[in-house]
Design a protein around this ligand. Structure first.
Ligand SMILES: Cc1cc2nc3c(=O)[nH]c(=O)nc-3n(C[C@H](O)[C@H](O)[C@H](O)COP(=O)(O)OP(=O)(O)OC[C@H]3O[C@@H](n4cnc5c(N)ncnc54)[C@H](O)[C@@H]3O)c2cc1C
Length: 395
């Protein structure tokens, strides 16, 4: 991508490359995420290094730990960082790219002061307590209740799919404070100290054998009112800030994800025939995504916010990743099941499993298609019959 850099951007890329060569040299091999405490310690340490150099929040003012930089500089850093196996997954980004931007937009000066710097430096890791058994795509259906009691709120309910709740220090929580108004209007946004009494975190085992996400049961959990973000009943507005940031950040380059040329290499090695039509479709998608990305970057570099159109990136990327990984695994036959130390095969297995999760997390394929249809193509909106009736009357 370097060929598209302006002279200033090329200079910044060179600085970043040299910094990474010095600091990230120890991250040339994939990390073992199953070693939760080791991985968490490395994630905190890497975040601290970035924060010390100003790379943890490139667009923020220098006085607040940033570089006064541009969105393009942030993209350049992410591209260069993706050449290493550094620990920069959701364990860190839920805090840096979702919780903190939300707190900075809607929180009080005291809350911004309390949470910004420790998150930037990896001292606070976050989880996102939004989804519930009956609230995922339809997030406003949240049933976890928050009832005011003096200076506290008392929380009861259940969350699910909560990534990294088992190691997080704090969580962002969406709860219902009023069931007598329409569903989007009775929600409030809180910050939860995950070490509080009344939180029971139960890991869910994934197909990959790892347990990155959890069920979280909240029983008479007390949250001080000082940890409320935004006004009572305004939680939906606050959560939208978090969700917008989640979707923008859902797709990232990563060394651990396979590409179409790697798939072609694998099929060639297997000696099996290549389905040329399928391969050509995947190549077209990969190229299309690359040029679509240039368009997003151009709009970012002009200071614009790409909006709903960026949903296309995740939609195409996740499906393409699953298809190309499947094609490589199919060509390998039984060898595709047991990678046996073959790092390329491990990459395809990981790509296949991860693509399935990526097609759901941060907005499912169907929800993204709805978004593109309504907000990009201007097609008529979905019929939402429960939009204007009190939540207590919804079934
Ligand atoms: C890897 C991973 C990590 C996650 N981490 C977190 C986390 O940290 N915190 C958190 O709060 N949540 C997390 N989630 C949950 C995620 O946000 C939800 O899974 C997602 O929003 C979908 O909700 P759901 O699973 O309840 O499915 P549902 O909403 O029940 O959807 C079921 C199916 O119905 C379809 N569907 C639903 N509504 C419509 C519609 N209007 N039109 C057409 N089709 C529709 C969906 O596309 C889907 O295929 C994570 C999920 C994954 C996979």
């Amino acid at each position: 991508m370097d060929f598209n850099d302006s002279p200033q951007e090329a200079q910044f890329r060179a600085e970043v490359r040299s910094w990474l060569e010095q600091q990230a040299g120890g991250y040339r091999q994939p990390l073992d995420t199953a070693d939760v405490s080791g991985y968490t310690a490395k994630a905190r340490d890497w975040q601290r290094k970035k924060a010390d150099a100003g790379y943890a929040a490139i667009r923020w003012p220098r006085a607040e730990g940033g570089l006064d930089g541009t969105p393009m500089m942030e993209v350049i850093f992410a591209e260069e960082e993706a050449r290493y196996h550094v620990p920069v997954g959701p364990l860190v980004t839920i805090g840096t790219t979702m919780a903190v931007p939300t707190i900075r937009k809607h929180g009080s000066p005291e809350q911004i002061e309390q949470f910004t710097r420790p998150t930037l430096y990896g001292d606070i890791l976050w989880c996102q307590l939004f989804s519930e058994p009956s609230a995922g795509s339809d997030l406003a259906n949240v049933r976890t209740r928050a009832v005011r009691d003096g200076d506290d709120w008392v929380i009861n309910g259940q969350k699910v799919w909560t990534s990294w709740a088992h190691v997080a220090d704090w969580g962002i929580l969406l709860a219902r404070t009023d069931a007598n108004v329409p569903k989007h209007k009775g929600l409030t946004f809180f910050l939860v100290d995950m070490r509080s009494a009344g939180i029971d975190v139960r890991p869910i085992q994934q197909i990959s054998g790892e347990s990155e996400f959890n069920e979280v049961f909240l029983t008479d959990l007390r949250i001080p009112d000082a940890n409320r973000i935004g006004a009572v009943g305004e939680g939906w507005k606050v959560a939208i800030t978090t969700l917008m940031n989640e979707r923008i950040n859902a797709v990232g380059d990563s060394l651990s994800l396979p590409s179409v040329p790697e798939m072609l290499q694998q099929v060639r090695q297997s000696g099996k025939g290549l389905d040329k039509h399928r391969a050509a479709q995947l190549l077209t998608q990969e190229l299309g995504l690359r040029f679509f990305r240039f368009r997003l970057l151009t709009s970012l570099s002009k200071g614009e916010t790409p909006g709903a159109i960026s949903a296309m990136s995740k939609l195409v990327h996740a499906n393409m990743l699953q298809d190309l990984s499947a094609m490589a695994l199919e060509s390998a036959g039984l060898d595709g099941i047991c990678a046996d130390g073959d790092s390329l095969m491990e990459k395809f297995q990981h790509g296949y499993d991860w693509a399935a999760a990526l097609r759901i997390a941060g907005g499912t394929d169907e929800i993204l298609r709805n978004q593109i249809a309504e907000r990009v193509l201007g097609l008529p909106g979905e019929i939402r019959v429960d939009k204007d009736i009190p939540f207590s009357e919804c079934r």
